[in-house]
Design a protein around this ligand. Structure first.
Ligand SMILES: [Zn+2]
Length: 83
């Protein structure tokens, strides 16, 4: 068995994974298009949970993260064990 570090986006229903803004009455957070999850992994090797949320203004009309924001995804390193 060995361990490997992977980067994952912060995953919270109450906090944006790009700018870390907290959900409030004024700020609605949305889930993102699955294509963005795949894109983030291909481009940045960052895993975004499909339940992760971000502000509406980070997304285009299709619910995909705007291209220039992929570099701003807030991520944490997780140690994952695998056999
Ligand atoms: Zn945000």
């Amino acid at each position: 068995m060995s361990t490997k570090k992977i980067e994952t986006a912060i995953n919270s229903h109450n906090c944006c994974f790009i700018c870390r803004r907290k959900r409030s009455d004024r700020i609605k957070l949305r889930t993102i298009n699955k294509n963005s999850i795949i894109h983030a992994f291909k481009m940045k090797r960052i895993i975004i949970d499909e339940n992760a949320r971000c502000c509406r203004n980070h997304l285009d009309n299709n619910g995909c993260i705007k291209e220039e924001l992929y570099g701003q995804i807030q991520s944490i390193n997780k140690n994952v064990s695998y056999v």
